[in-house]
Design a protein around this ligand. Sequence first.
Ligand code: FES
Length: 86
Amino acid sequence: MILMYICICSAITDKQIKTAVANGASTLEDLQFELGVAINCGRCAESAMELLPVPEFEHHLHATEITRSRRQAANDTQLTAAVVAQ
Ligand code: FES
């Protein structure tokens, strides 16, 4: 059996999160309370949330937000390069 650690800080695996979801956890706050996921550095929060049952439209909104953030970062990089070039 292969374990995939989702939260390194609290040593929480995907199996533990899936079990918590099967037992009724439906939010990141549930996982934080029940397992201690994402209570230290927080880097695991997004991976943990991907294991939660989420309505399809929220996945779409999240993907849209990521795309918007990447576009903004690209614009910021281009703006910085233009300022440096002057
Ligand atoms: S990896 Fe989960 S809180 Fe740091």
